[in-house]
Design a protein around this ligand. Sequence first.
Ligand code: TXA
Ligand code: MG
Length: 318
Amino acid sequence: MSARKTPISPFNGDALAEAARRILRGELVAVPTETVYGLAADATNPEAVARIYAAKGRPSFNPLIVHVRSLVQAEWIAYFNSDALALARAFWPGPLTLVLPRRATSGLAPAVSAGLPTVALRMPKHHIVQALLTLAERPLAAPSANRSGSISPTTATHVAESLGEDAPMILDGGPTERGVESTIVAVGPQGARLLRPGPISVEQLRDAGMSLALSGGSGIEAPGMMASHYAPSKLVRLDAIEAATDEWLIGFGPVEGDESLSAKGDLAEAAANFFAALHRAEAAPPARIAVAPIPDTGLGAAINDRLRRAAAPRPETT
Ligand code: TXA
Ligand code: MG
């Protein structure tokens, strides 16, 4: 064991200034957003962006989300048609990512969008990432701050544990509020398409006047949406009412379990607890994980999407 100092810094003015200096030097900083912790770097600096892929062990074909401070900054980077503007006005700042055509003059490091002509943009709502965006005055590329393929981090400790020696400075803002990653919608001339369900539900998008095609079937459009992307290290069984002897049961509503995502059956509470519950289930003694049924409406669709991936057969178990 190395005697490395903890990378976790309580959030205050000094920590913020240090984080902004690191960003401007091309280094990485892990930062809380309202969804999950992100591993942030200056999106305009190719070396900084390369460091993200290296720290996460992320395949270079899987593009990153760029976080912006304002709609004006976003419009420097990408083309917004009327649908995209309507979505940004309705849900920004907030947990909605828009995949849009990238401008040739965006100034982004090409690796950010992994060779695609589009770019994923989001204006986050958390005050800490907003403060870093304001002070560093750079768009921030930030994927979830976990090793590629493992569970997303909703606390500073999750980040430190997942990235280990590669964890850079981590700004600690406590547990994240929403708990699942942003909803991703691609907007193009053919209309809007849901690429990843998330905290902004399909129902909310439709209420905002969006006619939305659901992604699915052939072709992986958000490259990180591979079936087994959110893989815990243990086997996961879904729709469980009772635990088998070697299972740790994550409950919901009437199914009590070893712990509950939400005893009162509240989906927002369940989403906020979701990744932390999976982390605890991984650390618990039983060899397998079981999860109670979750309704598929509203935020439940985002939770079930992550659960199906967590339970999907692994291509390789080395
Ligand atoms: O809530 C979130 O979105 C968090 C916080 C940190 O903002 N970020 C996050 O990033 O979940 P990440 O890298 O774990 O997931 C980003 C997803 C990936 O599935 C990626 O393939 C997709 O966005 N993506 C990024 N750029 C894309 C593009 N141009 N076209 C299609 N999908 C894209
Ligand atoms: Mg991720």
